[in-house]
Design a protein around this ligand. Structure first.
Ligand SMILES: Cc1cc2nc3c(=O)[nH]c(=O)nc-3n(C[C@H](O)[C@H](O)[C@H](O)COP(=O)(O)OP(=O)(O)OC[C@H]3O[C@@H](n4cnc5c(N)ncnc54)[C@H](O)[C@@H]3O)c2cc1C
Length: 394
């Protein structure tokens, strides 16, 4: 059974009133607690521990986890709106629960019942926080080229290898680790498995990486030297399923990242609309110059189009319909819109866009990551085209 099938079977239905009340609560929290610290924390690359505590209270660590395991069981369509709202002010904190929820969703979708019972309630409350460990120094897009190996020895796996760019790995408690349990398998994906890797002996956080954007959030290099994982933490209890389990989370993952990109776009638009009325040149606010109007009109239209694409992919996902191509389109378009609006915002702010006293430069630094993560936008378009042909084969 898939995670979203679980979600729809929950007793509590999220009606329009409950949705609005939740979104109002998020808006109030963003205004009171996120907006005031965003600039300082980003510039000092400081981890927002206090926001983590707030997120626990708000239930965000269990947002998409089924109610039967203690989560909110939110439909993807509502979850995406939450992510857009937070990202429109500061995208980075959404990574703290996004990556965690991708791990939770994999456990709910592919884990054994014992794994679900053990991990999901603790993940929903935020007591245990996780991330996803796929990328290696030599393998990002081509995940089947990973070299981290897990060898079964008695009742545990012995893991050796390295991961890079792993979000939540310093301040979180565990990572869902993609490994090779059979490095010689042909085809390569048959030798891949996922392990629930809790921190402990041999799990080394080698280095917190310095990033141009998406700062404040811990993204690290990890090294595994004879790191032991008990056999009962093999996701789903069967070897060779790791690649399939990774692909299984892509639809929700793409909707997540699309929402983050859309939030960046909307935030950049808001800042630009305001600044264009404040800044005067040649005796008038710059919003009265046609060149600026063309930018604002284009930005606003792309933001609205992104929201529609996200909503339509998320609603298809919530109904259990096939939406891989739709989620890919939303991810591609909304994240490119994030990058577009942030860049146009920089132009509207003119020279001041380069001042770290203006927030638009943070949106610009954060935007590009969304085009790269969760499948690069080059790959998205290739995948969209392949599915288009497959669905319309002659
Ligand atoms: C801040 C940050 C946080 C991250 N967090 C995580 C995390 O939590 N967990 C995790 O596992 N990973 C994480 N990543 C890694 C991220 O998922 C990868 O960077 C991404 O998948 C791209 O892989 P790569 O960097 O190796 O690029 P490459 O795979 O080397 O790609 C380089 C370029 O080649 C293009 N390309 C590659 N193959 C093809 C092809 N077949 N056809 C056409 N074009 C192709 C790509 O589109 C890209 O433009 C993070 C990255 C960053 C920067």
């Amino acid at each position: 059974m898939s995670a979203h099938e679980n979600t729809t079977s929950d007793a509590f239905e999220w009606g329009a009133e409950e949705e609005q009340a939740l979104l109002d609560t998020i808006d109030a929290w963003v205004e009171k607690s996120v907006a005031p610290i965003a600039m300082e924390y980003d510039q000092e690359d400081k981890y927002p521990h206090e926001l983590v505590e707030d997120m626990k209270e708000l239930g965000l660590f269990g947002a998409t986890i089924s109610q039967q395991y203690g989560g909110l069981g939110l439909p993807a369509a509502i979850y995406a709106k939450i992510v857009i709202r937070i990202s429109s002010v500061w995208m980075a904190p959404t990574g703290i629960f996004n990556s965690h929820l991708i791990m939770a969703s994999a456990i709910e979708r592919a884990g054994t019942e014992a794994q679900k019972q053990h991990y999901l309630p603790k993940m929903a409350s935020g007591e245990l926080r996780g991330g996803i460990g796929l990328t290696e120094p030599n393998a990002g897009t081509d995940l089947q080229a990973i070299r981290t190996v897990a060898k079964l020895e008695g009742d545990h796996y012995v893991v050796n290898g390295a991961k890079t760019w792993i979000t939540n790995s310093l301040h979180g408690d565990m990572v869902l680790l993609l490994v090779k349990t059979d490095p010689n398998a042909d085809p390569r994906y048959r030798g891949m498995s996922m392990l629930i890797a809790e921190k402990g002996d041999g799990f080394i956080v080698a280095k917190k990486m310095k990033k141009s954007g998406y700062r404040s959030i811990d993204t690290c290099e990890l090294v595994f030297e004879n790191y032991k994982v008990p056999v009962e933490r093999l996701l789903g209890g069967v070897e060779g399923q790791g690649f399939k389990q990774t692909l299984g989370g892509l639809e929700l993952g793409r909707i997540n990242v699309a929402a983050r990109g859309c939030g960046i776009a909307e935030g950049a638009l808001h800042l630009s609309v305001r600044y264009a009325q404040e800044r005067k040149t040649f005796g008038v606010p710059i919003c009265e110059h046609q060149a600026i109007q063309l930018k604002l009109g284009e930005m606003a239209s792309r933001v609205e189009a992104s929201k529609l694409l996200i909503d339509s992919a998320a609603k298809a996902f919530d109904k259990g319909e096939r939406c891989d191509m739709e989620a890919g389109m939303a991810k591609y378009f909304a994240t490119e819109t994030g990058a577009y609006c942030a860049e146009e915002g920089m132009r509207i702010f003119g020279g001041y866009s380069y001042s770290t006293e203006y927030e638009i430069e943070r949106f610009h630094r954060d935007a590009m990551l969304m085009c790269i993560g969760e499948g690069t936008n080059e790959m998205q378009r290739i995948i969209i085209a392949k599915q288009l042909v497959a669905r319309n084969a002659i």
